[in-house]
Write a protein that binds this ligand. Structure first.
Ligand code: MLT
Length: 266
């Protein structure tokens, strides 16, 4: 079932499947809720809730171009949970989706029952990374979303994915094309300006699963292991033959970890 959920000045496109423990999936940049297609299709023990961030896919674009911030994204998660009648959920985020969950922990910790953090990291952008965000903003404004995704693609997928699953690159391109230009530019600003979340994670007291692709260049395994060590009791697993998009590149291995984690929570 797909529903439209009001969230301030926009409506969000939200997909809800199944019954059971509620799991809210938060996609990264520049992807959309179809990043989670294999988890939405397969994790039948859970009530799976996935949505497009504001400015992306079926969700609305805030008027005026300044409707993007980490706090707005986090408040959108609350709007989604409220609309589907869920108080506390398992929050599952990939990369930027993780950064949004860190903000949710700061703003609305009572909504987080447990966390799954995939291919993400707590550190803020370095000065060099900030310059990269500004360059990418110029690419987006000059050449549009297609050019942004072509710049990013070489670092997103593992060599094994590129060699044996050419359709995955096509899926990534499709997700990138579903971003509006203001959505892209707004998200790049949010990414550039996000705070360091190390202290936030040290304060986490909910069960946490950290997953990372063995070939993730953006949030590599060593970074994931160090992040897991910040969170008391967190487990960390490496998904073989996956890059930055483990849930899409290696869905079976990813889903095995997700299923085991959710089973232990139920
Ligand atoms: C993402 O997948 O959301 C991005 O790689 C996040 C980032 O660039 O920091």
């Amino acid at each position: 079932m797909t529903v439209r959920v009001p969230a301030g000045e926009v409506e969000l496109a939200v997909e809800v499947r199944g019954e059971g423990l509620p799991v809210l999936f938060v996609h990264g940049f520049p992807f959309d809720r179809t990043l989670w297609r294999h988890q939405l299709a397969t994790l039948s023990r859970a009530r799976r809730i996935a949505f497009d961030l504001r400015g992306v896919g079926g969700s609305g674009v805030p008027p005026g171009g300044d409707g993007y911030s980490l706090s707005r994204y986090a408040d959108d998660l609350v709007a989604v949970l409220d609309a589907v009648g869920v108080g506390e959920a398992v929050l599952c985020g990939l990369s930027m989706g993780g950064y949004v969950i860190f903000e949710l922990l700061r703003r609305h910790p009572a909504r987080v029952k447990a966390m799954i953090l995939a291919d993400t990291k707590p550190q803020a952008d370095s000065a060099e990374a900030k310059r990269g965000r500004e360059e990418l903003t110029q690419v987006a404004e000059r050449e549009g979303p297609d050019a942004v995704i072509e710049r990013l693609l070489p670092r997103l997928l593992a060599p094994a994915t590129q060699a044996t699953q050419p359709e995955v690159a096509g899926q990534v391109r499709e997700m990138g094309r579903r971003w509006s230009l203001p959505g892209l530019v707004g998200a790049l600003r949010v990414l550039r300006d996000r705070p360091d979340s190390t202290e936030t994670l040290r304060g986490v007291r909910v069960p946490t699963l950290v997953l990372v692709g063995s070939d993730d260049e953006i949030a590599p395994p060593d970074t994931a292991r160090a992040m897991a060590q910040l969170i008391p009791g967190a487990e960390c697993h490496v998904v073989p033959a996956a890059g930055h998009l483990a849930p899409l590149e290696q869905p079976e291995a990813t889903n095995r970890w997700l299923d085991a984690f959710l089973r232990a929570l139920a």
